[in-house]
Design a protein around this ligand. Sequence first.
Ligand code: GLN
Length: 291
Amino acid sequence: MSKIWTIKEILNWTSDYFKEKEVDAPRLTAELLLAKVLRQNRLYLYTNFNQPLNKTELSSFKALIQRRISGEPTAYITGEKEFWSLRFRVNKSVLIPRPETEVLVEQVVNYIKVKDLKNTVNILDIGTGSGNIAVSLASEIKNAKLFALDKSFHAVITAKENAKLNNCDEKIFFINGDTFYPFKMKRYFDIIVSNPPYIKSGDIKKLQKEVRNFEPLSALDGGEDGLCFYEEILKKTKFFLKNRGKIFFEFGLSEQGNEINKLMIENDFQDIKIVEDYSGNPRVISGVVNL
Ligand code: GLN
């Protein structure tokens, strides 16, 4: 007779198994996958520790364990990721939101609060992906009007869905297009924000298999030096940002911070500031256009 597994037992077994297979956050991963199978939240697991799993649940759970072991990220398996304490749907056409990107959102939010901008703040998010940045800003800032742009049609659809899910779709315009291409050359935006693809093409093969094999290459590959999108955006930004308007970028490696700083100076930006993420890595650069 096959063994009856309770929630508690299967969670313990799975988190040991994930540990052995060197899966990140083994216990949390086990919980998220089991919660998905049971169509419940994680709290339910703790309040129903002794509930036995039926055969169907057990076999669905085993299938999800296999997917995770083969490298598929947990967020793609569950179809969800938390960011800025909000829920985001994710799928293989969008990058999974990273916690360090919250620093970018935080910088923009602080800037608007400190400047006490009272009128509508027009913000453009270039490469919106799942819409995590645009949706977080729209839900945080009352007087924000957002334009969320992505060249991937499927990403735009996902971002739109996330705006609806978080009740801020009325404040965001979604556009399927490349950098500034859909916009008339008008100095309209108060803020431009972007977390562009910044991995050097040659480094893609060195990424974790979870990222390399599953996340969209177009959201990762920043060209030979990882800087091609910063260059392109900075070259054109001054024609779209109001005078004294501000740009905020996330970047990857600390040396990229110095390179982007140079590019910003060449393109009429000043008051340039680099901020670290919570692991102490330089992560966000911002500057004001003076033209
Ligand atoms: N804006 C999204 C994020 O920060 C997508 C970024 C990207 O695709 N490079 O996660």
